[in-house]
Ligand binder design. Structure first.
Ligand code: G16
Length: 536
């Protein structure tokens, strides 16, 4: 087979964000855009002296992943990769199942063709998650090096064969990851207890949002746990997710959210495009992801996999401190990391933690290095089955034991980039300690820099944190996963110990804080009258 050296020109917009490179699909369709990024990623691993013998390619099935597949195969083989595992029929598999394959087959790395929770299709987004041999996203040292490489790339390698021939190369093996992943889940959770919970008449709904988790959900929930087939909604993966925005939160997963608020089932849940995010719902009750992590921590010993206890837990810094209250009481260490699952990986690898989670609808553990929607759902089913309590009872019990952390995460998506960046720059440098905003006094404001406790790698300016004298915490950062303009993310929390207030909605309880944030950041002043596009 002849190796081709193909001339190309650098693109200046290939900086990976929070979870890989994400762009509008039409940007990815530009000539050589994909090849440049893949070649740059491989070159960085080669230049590091890393082995690149075995590689995994997976994806959430979004357009045009399957068309990109032969191009990636040719590029990898031309660069010396000897074995390529292609995961999932039509390249459809949840990210956690792909992470599992990378680990199981000792691959040296992988590419996941997914823009996660972003909409798909020709007018949606596409992305590439760059995976390491531990089955997790590349750390910043690697993604920064990839970005540098993309700025100077002049050639990429390929093979002088057709796309069809590429798919049948000896180096290529197609794998169905569902059985491996379902077996893994069955080994971790109490499936007989969950089956009994279903058999005793409890009801369930899972919304796959026309994305990658449908077939895996049918195998696990229906075939192995005896849930009814019609409890699995939108289970057929589609390349454009049928036009839905596959993000499991009350704003975008409103079909299941509204049905659960009307009490359609005892337990409801949803996963995002690539199956690493989840939303948890009880009958008429929505569980915020921060509280999910607190619940998992409290009940971890009910899970066979965690019966010997937790080594530690971690949360990203914008996540609420609900888990800290639970973990403190149980004598479990809590680590705070920046946003981005890759920051948990070093703690997991070093066995400092074995459970972690984020406000952005994700939890996971040490068995893989990606967050995992179905894992979180099974965790809940296991808890419901073993305690016999309802979702609302479980969460409210934690509030009455520890006080409730009222929490809200809201976003201004796709706003003017320059204006959003100006607010970010202002917030990093502004000095407001001691300043009054109406009834609120600012106690302190700090820029959050992170030093990885394992590698000592420093990641600067991961957000701005503001505390008021009466205990409000505000966190602000720019999203690293949006593809149009900029997305400003805001996170607010306040601790409350008066049980009479526990049943208030977070939106009502925090209504003055939304106004305070607007004033401190100057959001309306900058953008004019503006409402956040997603409030969770
Ligand atoms: C990715 C990361 C998550 C992170 C999220 C934040 O998730 O893996 O760890 O919390 O991005 O997104 P943003 O920067 O927009 O706030 P995913 O599910 O998009 O791959």
């Amino acid at each position: 087979m002849d190796i081709l050296k193909i001339d190309t020109k650098p693109f200046d917009n290939q900086k990976p964000g929070t979870g890989g490179l994400r762009k509008q699909t039409k940007i990815f369709m530009q000539k050589n855009f994909l090849e440049n990024f893949i070649q740059s990623s491989i070159s960085v691993r080669k230049n590091n002296g890393d082995k690149i013998d075995t590689w995994v390619i997976g994806g959430d099935g979004r357009y045009p992943g399957i068309q990109f597949l032969p191009k990636i195969i040719k590029l990898l083989v031309a660069n010396g990769v000897k074995k390529i595992f292609v995961v999932g029929k039509e390249l459809v598999a949840p990210t956690p199942a792909i992470s599992n394959i990378i680990r199981k087959y000792n691959a040296d790395g992988g590419f996941i063709l997914s823009a996660s929770h972003n909409p798909g299709g020709e007018n949606g987004d596409f992305g590439i998650k760059v995976e390491m041999s531990n089955g997790g996203g590349a750390p910043e040292s690697i993604t920064n090096a990839i970005f540098e490489e993309t700025k100077k790339i002049q050639t990429y390698l390929s093979l002088d064969i057709s796309d069809e021939e590429a798919l049948s190369l000896d180096e290529v093996e197609f794998l169905d990851p569902i059985k491996d992943y379902a077996d893994l889940m069955e080994s971790m959770f109490d499936f007989p207890a969950i089956r009994d919970w279903f058999r005793s008449g409890h009801t369930f709904r899972f919304d796959a949002m026309n994305a990658s988790t449908g077939p895996t959900a049918i195998e696990i929930f229906v075939n192995r746990l005896e849930a009814k087939y019609d409890w699995i909604l939108n289970a057929k993966p589609m390349p454009d997710f049928g036009g839905v925005h596959p993000e499991p939160n009350p704003t975008y997963a409103s079909e299941i959210y509204d049905a659960m608020m009307e009490g359609v089932a005892d337990f409801g849940c949803a996963c995002d495009g690539d199956g690493d995010r989840n939303m948890i719902l009880g009958k008429g009750f929505y569980v915020i992801p921060s509280d999910c992590l607190a619940v998992m921590t409290k009940y971890h010993k009910l899970i066979p996999y965690y019966k010997d206890g937790l080594l530690g837990v971690a949360r990203s810094i914008p996540t609420s401190s609900a888990v800290d209250k639970v973990a403190d009481k149980m004598g479990i260490n809590v680590y705070n990391t920046p946003t981005g699952w890759k920051f948990f990986a070093t703690l997991l690898d070093a066995k400092k933690i074995n459970l972690c989670g984020e406000e952005s609808f994700g939890q996971g553990g040490d068995y893989i290095r990606e967050k995992d929607g179905i894992f979180a759902i099974l965790f809940w089913l296991n808890i419901l089955a073993k305690t016999g309590k309802s979702v609302a009872e479980i969460v409210k019990e934690i509030w009455s034991e520890n006080g409730r952390i009222f929490y809200s995460q809201y976003s201004y998506e796709g706003v003017d980039k320059e204006k959003a960046e100006a607010i970010w720059e202002k917030m990093k440098t502004i000095s407001i300690d001691g300043k009054m905003y109406g009834k609120f006094e600012i106690a302190s404001k700090e820029v959050f820099d992170y030093k990885d406790p394992v590698t000592s790698e420093v990641s600067k300016a991961q957000g701005v944190q503001i505390f008021t004298t009466d205990g409000i915490r505000i966190f602000f950062r720019l999203s690293g996963t949006g593809t149009v303009g900029a997305t400003m993310r805001l996170y607010i929390e306040k601790y409350e110990d008066n049980p009479e207030k526990f049943n208030l909605s977070a939106k009502d309880y925090l209504k003055d804080v939304y106004v305070l944030v607007d004033e401190i950041l100057g959001i309306s002043e900058t953008f004019g009258p503006i409402e956040p596009s997603a409030v969770n």
